[in-house]
Design a protein around this ligand. Structure first.
Ligand SMILES: Nc1nc2c(ncn2[C@@H]2O[C@H](COP(=O)(O)OP(=O)(O)O)[C@@H](O)[C@H]2O)c(=O)[nH]1
Ligand SMILES: [Mg+2]
Length: 331
């Protein structure tokens, strides 16, 4: 998954000022009437609802806004160069070359200007004082003065994605995370009977009457993930900013409680922050084992004073109660 890139962004140059003269009676040399250049386009970051990786920046590394148009005769000002809109997922951190944070895009309304377009140069109609000055100094004939446009700003940036979700979905591969997110939200992730089907965090939005809750499915967590094993460590940073974790444990596994502990160890090994996020524990796939077995597993959790929800994501059993509890964390 692409969630860390270096790019160079350049704003547009300003347009050049124009030199022209309007000939009229009594003005044998004409009157300066060249317009000024337009401002170069700005480079602006905007969050996009359609992106959840930085993939658009994987191969293309240089981005440039349009230059301003040159001034024209008849005092015509050049066109404003088109701004460059750089679309990134919500939760993108924009950092400078040294790694200093410039901005953290956390709202869809955010508009972050990172490089400003160059000012247009003045045309000769705006430089009459210069022409006069030079005439006074004895210059004869047509005096052709104009200013070139200023260069647009250029900046080297690092983009780093830390997905912004309200809820993170964790659990060993095959626990049923993709299945659950597809039932709770309108997301349509790949579901398969083998680990590592999902190679990027899946995002889904759960709609309620008055809220939208974003859920991120964090794939690839296995033992050792926090120290780089498997793919999970790449995804762990994406749940650092969630307020709640839904932790799925498949009851048809050999030792469900151990699966639970493995994930928690990876979370706390990765960061103190992850350890502190409240969890809703779900025993999933209850349709696959006997009721006695489910009770037995539940008892293991109870011994440690851990409340569990019993669900079957696939058969959609227990999901309403889970939803209700989940929502209570956000009211
Ligand atoms: N019987 C049963 N199978 C399930 C349930 N939830 C998920 N599965 C199956 O378990 C496999 C792995 O599910 P998936 O959602 O891809 O797990 P993930 O790796 O955690 O994303 C798939 O074959 C799912 O159909 C469930 O509640 N009951
Ligand atoms: Mg999955």
């Amino acid at each position: 998954m692409v969630d860390y890139v270096h790019i160079t962004v350049r704003a547009g140059n300003g347009g050049n000022g124009h030199v022209s003269f309007k000939i009229s009676r009594g003005k044998p040399f004409g009157e300066a009437d060249g317009g000024s250049g337009g401002k170069g386009g700005d480079a602006i970051f905007v969050p996009s609802k359609d992106l959840n990786t930085l993939a658009p920046y994987r191969f293309k590394k240089n981005f440039e806004a349009k230059p301003g148009g040159n001034g024209g005769r008849n005092n015509r000002t050049g066109e404003h160069g088109e701004d460059l809109l750089l679309e990134v997922p919500l939760g993108t951190l924009i950092k400078d070359k040294k790694g200093e944070l410039i901005y953290d895009l956390t709202k869809f309304e955010d508009r972050i200007l990172v490089a400003e377009g160059g000012k247009g140069g003045r045309g000769n109609s705006h430089l009459k004082h210069v022409i006069l000055e030079r005439k006074k100094l004895g210059e004869r004939g047509l005096i052709r003065v104009y200013e070139p446009g200023e260069s647009g700003e250029e900046i080297e940036l690092t983009l780093e994605l830390k997905i912004l979700a309200d809820v993170g979905l964790v659990g060993l591969p095959n626990a049923g995370k993709s299945t659950l997110i597809s039932k709770l939200t309108s997301a349509k992730p790949k579901v398969a009977d083998y680990p590592f089907t999902t190679l990027e965090p899946g995002l889904g939005v759960m709609h309620t009457r008055d809220k939208e809750i974003v859920i991120a499915d964090i794939p690839g967590l296995i033992e050792g993930a926090s120290s780089g094993k498997g793919l999970g460590d790449q995804f762990l940073r994406h749940i650092e900013r969630t307020r709640l974790l839904v932790h799925l444990v498949a009851v048809d596994s050999q030792e469900p409680f151990k699966s639970y502990e493995i994930i928690n160890k990876e979370l706390s090994d990765y960061s103190e922050k992850l350890k502190e996020i409240p969890q809703i524990i779900c025993l999933n796939k209850t349709d696959l084992v006997s009721e006695e077995r489910v009770k037995e597993i539940e008892a293991n959790f109870k011994k440690k004073k851990i409340k569990v929800f019993k669900i079957s994501a696939l058969a959609e059993v227990g999901l309403e109660e889970l939803k209700k509890n989940l929502l209570s964390h956000f009211s």
